[in-house]
Design a protein around this ligand. Structure first.
Ligand code: ADP
Ligand code: MG
Length: 292
């Protein structure tokens, strides 16, 4: 939200993987994210979403060979000058495949793994494990094997592991892409609560535009390494032609408004509803007219 302070700033960031790549994976990225923002990162595969997210925890450029220009400031720290293990205390990461993130025999050990560098006492660790499992709705599963959990539960465990480091920022890279519909809902719900109830800054790369329109306050659209559009969901999804040309979907309620406009049934001047509640209000007018 615009009255809060910037927590992530990309300043003219360009990044090439390796040394001989001609096309950069990120091109002139300028982006400011404020504390408490919920950012939806949209774009086709290869657009640069993952690379941009890896800049936030400093893995790009510190742990990945390449050519980096510009500056990323996260919570007042320049990522180029901050060790990745320091950044890990500020930025929690959740990736698309939960199984690749799990390695331990029990849920409790899985969470403890990340905490080892924090110098917690045993009691503090146990307390933290209980607390983060509670936040993600996995209370009581401390002794269970991570591999016996559903995809949605595994992904919530990944979130719990990230939360154990007490980060201010949660970066999620297509966290629902390997999860069934119920699991997807669970993950979106946890992310939503972390954002709204705990003011955690969330940056989520995700193809589910309806969900992103519902939760995100900032939508960032990437294409071929560049940010081509950013703004509120309402602003971004008013750009029908651009989104279409990029091969991106609009929320269905917005696409519906666009169709109604083309058929001459309703004039919206590009101000399409993007959330269900807005759709009910806007399209409800059609029925009122008829009744009157
Ligand atoms: N490890 C890597 N080495 C070389 N090129 C890469 C690597 N990872 C990604 N790329 C390239 O960088 C570009 C952006 O990729 P990526 O950030 O993964 O996009 P997205 O997450 O939107 O699918 C693509 O052209 C991709 O092929
Ligand atoms: Mg990706």
């Amino acid at each position: 939200m615009s009255e809060s302070k910037p927590i992530i700033e990309f300043k003219d960031v360009t990044f090439w993987y390796g040394q001989n790549e001609t096309e950069p994976a990120l091109k002139n990225i300028n982006l400011t994210i404020h504390e408490g923002d919920y950012v939806a990162l949209l774009g086709l595969n290869g657009a640069g979403k993952t690379t941009l997210q890896l800049c936030i925890n400093g893995v790009v450029p510190n742990n990945i060979l390449g050519n980096f220009e510009g500056q990323v400031i996260v919570d007042g720290k320049d990522t180029l000058e901050t060790p990745v293990r320091e950044m890990a205390k500020i930025v929690g990461m959740v990736f698309d495949n939960p199984e690749f993130q799990l390695s331990q025999m029990s849920v409790g050990e899985e969470i403890a793994l990340g905490m080892e560098s924090l110098g917690y006492s045993y009691e503090e660790m146990v307390e933290t494990i209980d607390e983060v499992l509670d936040i993600v709705g996995l209370q009581g599963l401390t002794e269970r094997s991570p591999f016996g959990l559903s995809g949605g539960q595994q992904q919530r465990l990944s979130i719990a592991s990230a939360l154990a480091m007490r980060p201010k920022i949660l970066v999620m890279d297509e966290p629902t892409s390997n999860v069934d519909p119920i699991g997807k809902e669970e993950i979106f719900q946890v992310a939503y609560e972390l954002n709204r109830k705990r003011n955690m800054t969330v940056i989520m790369a995700e193809h589910e535009v309806e969900v992103m329109a519902q939760y995100a306050n900032l939508v960032v659209v990437m294409h071929e390494g560049e940010i081509v559009l950013q703004g509120t969901p309402e602003e971004v999804f008013s750009n029908v032609d651009l989104l279409k040309s990029l091969g991106l979907r609009m929320p269905q309620v917005a696409a519906f408004g666009n169709e109604l406009e083309k058929l001459g049934i309703m004039t919206l001047n590009g101000h399409y509803p993007v959330k269900l509640s807005q759709a009910v209000e806007t399209y409800g007018r059609l029925f009122e007219k008829k009744a009157g």
